[in-house]
Write a protein that binds this ligand. Structure first.
Ligand SMILES: C[S@@+](CC[C@H](N)C(=O)[O-])C[C@H]1O[C@@H](n2cnc3c(N)ncnc32)[C@H](O)[C@@H]1O
Length: 344
């Protein structure tokens, strides 16, 4: 795979961010864990070359899929109860103080800011890759009058997405199924908007993930990836620091995530497909109020009792939430948007 193609890219921080400000500083970091077995974090190489793929990775992928499906099967009802139909971060003005009631509006704002950043003003056929219970699909179908297809690994989510859509009279516009983003059940070039809102972090093979996004995009269509990344490596670095790997591993275990990559890694992958107008931004400051709010919601009576009823996978996810805040605090985790266009 050629990762060195020289497509110019535009980088922006949006709104402009101050390098040293720490939007999460109201939450104290959690101490590091000591019982960690380091794993290789080189998703691009590991996934694109059989020679560099450890034999265990394929088995891990299998287990990962099952884990992801069960995690969302178990936790989606609770999330919907407390947070509604969008299973992604909200977008906030940096350093703003927000009340609990602002968060649903902030999730809608995330979709709008994403479209604005990508310069998308119309769409006719959308694929929602990692669709949750279909919040983005319904929003985009309604906003643009587009047809949307959503895929998720969770049968519970796909069923619930269909139910809500039927109740909202959108069954003729949106439809959902259980399918793997790395092997999508769609023809080449089917969609003029390819939308991945906070699903990329679950993909064990980032190279295949990007290839599939590119494959299903129509000529002239837009690809949007909003995802969790680790920080870009410095010029003299070949990997993250051991403490960083350790922190990410704990988060991976709680949220069923495979190896992480950086925003720069995504840009390289997109460049290797000769895509146009590749743009990236770090929105970490804009999502800062989100995790503290999710943690607060878990301590409400409704949140707490529902959490106890959902099962161990969800509880384990809840327990690593403070580590997400620590990762953002320490500039290790980045909330990234990467967008591009397929040439005509
Ligand atoms: C955090 S949720 C985001 C849901 C949705 N995009 C939203 O914003 O409401 C992550 C989603 O990615 C899906 N996902 C993870 N890995 C996937 C894969 N390999 N193929 C398809 N969907 C996947 C999960 O099933 C889940 O629906």
């Amino acid at each position: 795979m050629n990762l060195t193609a020289a497509t110019p890219i535009h980088t922006s921080s949006y709104p402009p961010s101050s390098l040293h400000s720490n939007p999460f500083n109201s939450i104290s970091p959690r101490p590091s864990f000591s019982s960690f077995t380091p794993r290789r974090f080189s998703p691009l190489l590991a996934s694109s070359s059989a020679a560099t793929t450890p034999p265990s990775l394929h088995m891990d992928s299998h287990r990962l899929h099952k884990g992801i499906a069960e995690f969302y099967d178990q936790s989606s009802g609770l999330w919907e109860n407390v947070w509604g139909q969008h299973m992604h971060h909200g977008f906030y003005d940096p350093h703003s103080s927000v009340s609990l009631s602002d968060h649903r509006a902030a999730q809608i704002r995330m979709i709008e800011e994403t479209l604005r950043f990508a310069g998308v003003e119309a769409a006719t056929a959308v694929v929602d890759v990692g669709c949750g219970i279909g919040g983005s699909s319904r929003y985009l179908a309604t906003k643009f009058g587009a047809k949307c297809r959503g895929i998720t690994l969770s049968p519970v989510q796909a069923k619930r997405a269909q139910e809500i859509s039927a109740a909202e009279g959108l069954s003729d516009k949106v439809c959902f199924e259980v399918a793997d983003a790395l092997n999508q059940p769609f023809s080449d070039g089917e969609f003029d908007l390819v939308w991945s809102m906070e699903s990329g972090e679950h993909m064990p093979d980032k190279s295949k993930f990007v290839s599939e996004l590119v494959r299903v995009t129509a000529p002239g269509g837009t690809i949007i990836i909003v995802t969790w990344c680790h920080r870009d490596l410095g010029p003299s670095e070949s990997s993250l620091q051991p403490w960083e790997l350790k922190l990410l591993q704990k988060i991976c275990d709680g949220f069923y995530l495979p190896a992480w990559c950086s925003t720069a890694d995504y840009v390289k992958l997109l460049q290797s497909h000769n895509l146009q107008d590749i743009k990236r931004a770090d929105w970490s400051e804009n999502v800062a109020p989100f995790w503290p709010a999710v943690i607060r919601s878990a301590f409400t009576w409704k949140g707490f009792t529902s959490l106890l009823r959902t099962g161990w996978k969800t509880i384990r996810g809840a327990l690593v939430m403070p580590l997400m805040i620590e990762g953002f605090n320490k500039d290790l985790i980045k909330f990234a948007i990467i967008t591009c266009r397929k040439p005509q």
